[in-house]
Design a protein around this ligand. Sequence first.
Ligand SMILES: N[C@@H](CCC(=O)N[C@@H](CS)C(=O)NCC(=O)O)C(=O)O
Length: 223
Amino acid sequence: MTMQLYFAPGACSFVPHVLLEAAGAAFEAKLVKLHKGEQYGEDYKAINPRSQVPVLVANGQAIAQIVAITAFIADSFPAANFMPQAPMPKAKFLETLAWLNNTIHPTFTHIFMPQKFSEDAAAQASMKAFHVPLFAARLAELDGMVARAKAQGGQYLAAAFGHDHLTALDAYTLTVNRWGSIAGIDPTQFTHAWAHIQSLAAHPAIAKVIERERLQLNMMAQA
Ligand SMILES: N[C@@H](CCC(=O)N[C@@H](CS)C(=O)NCC(=O)O)C(=O)O
C-alpha cells in the first residue's frame, strides 16, 4: 500500500502522523502550509475540497476526518492495537475520540480562528474570551481521564477502558494540551496529562514526529 499523509505542523494531523509512525508504516509526509493558505489552493482542494488537514491518501484514495483515518490505520495495522475490538471498550474509545474531535477541538478553533465564526472584530474578541475558560475546563476534564487511566495502572489513556496501548487518544491529548499553551492556558497545571505528555514525547515514534513537525510542547515556556 502506498500512503501519503497531508499534515501541518502542530495541527490535529499530528494524531494520524503519530499512528503511522508508531505502526512503522511506509508513508510520505506531505506538508501543507496552512498559514500560507495552501489548503484553499486548487491543488489541495482536489485532494480535500473541505480545505482541511489531515488527509490520508491510501493507494490513491483520499480519507479525511481523524475518526475515519484512525479507524483505517487501526484496521490496516492490527498488530499495533490502535483500537479496542470488544464492543464496550471500542464504544468507549470512539466516544472519547469523538469528544476530542467534535468538542475539545472546536473549542480551540473558536480561540485560534474566531474569524471562521464571525466577521465582526468585537464578536471575535468576545468569542475568544468566552472560549478560553471553556477550553481550560475541557482540558481539566481530559486531565481527569488521564488520571483514571493511570490510577488503573495504565500507561496509556485507553487503559481507562481496558486497552493499555498507544492510541489516537494519547496523540490528541498531547495536541490539545499544546494548543492550550497557545491560548495562554498553562499546560503544566494539568498534572496528570502533562506527566503523560512527557512520557509520550520520549516514545521513539512520537519523538520522531515531534522532531519532524518541530514542535515545542509548551508554547508558554521560554524557548
Ligand atoms: N473534524 C476534522 C477537523 C480538521 C481540522 O479542523 N483541521 C484544521 C487543522 S487542526 C485545518 O485544516 N484547518 C485549516 C483551515 O480551517 O483553514 C478532522 O477530524 O479532520
